[in-house]
Design a protein around this ligand. Sequence first.
Ligand SMILES: N[C@@H](CCC(=O)N[C@@H](CS)C(=O)NCC(=O)O)C(=O)O
Length: 216
Amino acid sequence: MKLYAIVGSPNSRKVLAVVNHLGTELDIEYLDLFAGDARQPAYTALNPNAMVPTLIDGDLKLWESNAINQYLADKSADQTLFPQDLAHRADIVRWQSWELAHFNQAFGTLALEAVAKPSFMDIQGDAAVIDWAKGQLNRFASVLNNHMQGRNYVVGDNITLADYSMIHVEFFKEAIPFDWTPYPHLNEYFERMRQSQHWLATAPQSPEAIGRKTGS
Ligand SMILES: N[C@@H](CCC(=O)N[C@@H](CS)C(=O)NCC(=O)O)C(=O)O
């Protein structure tokens, strides 16, 4: 198997954490964000979105990080990240769907517009989009905060795919213009996951390494 990723990219880190957790053996090719590697025809033939991550396994060309993680977990002998029990699986998929459609759509948009564009791309973020994302993030952070009261993980008593999905934008948490203080249970959860072994191992070695082909 082969995984295409970008150093420091939140969605790449989401998959790399699962690869680390499962001990999956695969080749990893890091694309250079700034050189436009993802827009080259050879890559868009694999992923027409020109985005990472993409997993290749034989004839399967799989994009979308949550789909990749479900596939990797199902292929693995380790059944704890995405157990076979139907209710448990549905609960994990529910939270993966929710983070993609709501919580991290807002969090990721705020991170991109308010931090990544000005800091890494030399582009001004869109003020109207930033305002919209803040409103959405307030709405959905409150849902996660309430859910995390009295819990260590999003589903059940152990780390599952839902956790690696939920926290994948964590690198930007303190950098975005957003007041997290009303959400103490969410904050404790993010701190716990931030220190978790397999997530920590996906962190870029330096800010300069982000988006570059070399380094990890
Ligand atoms: N829904 C996709 C999102 C993928 C995505 O947004 N990837 C970002 C990196 S974190 C990317 O490749 N961005 C490059 C671009 O937008 O041109 C997934 O979950 O895999």
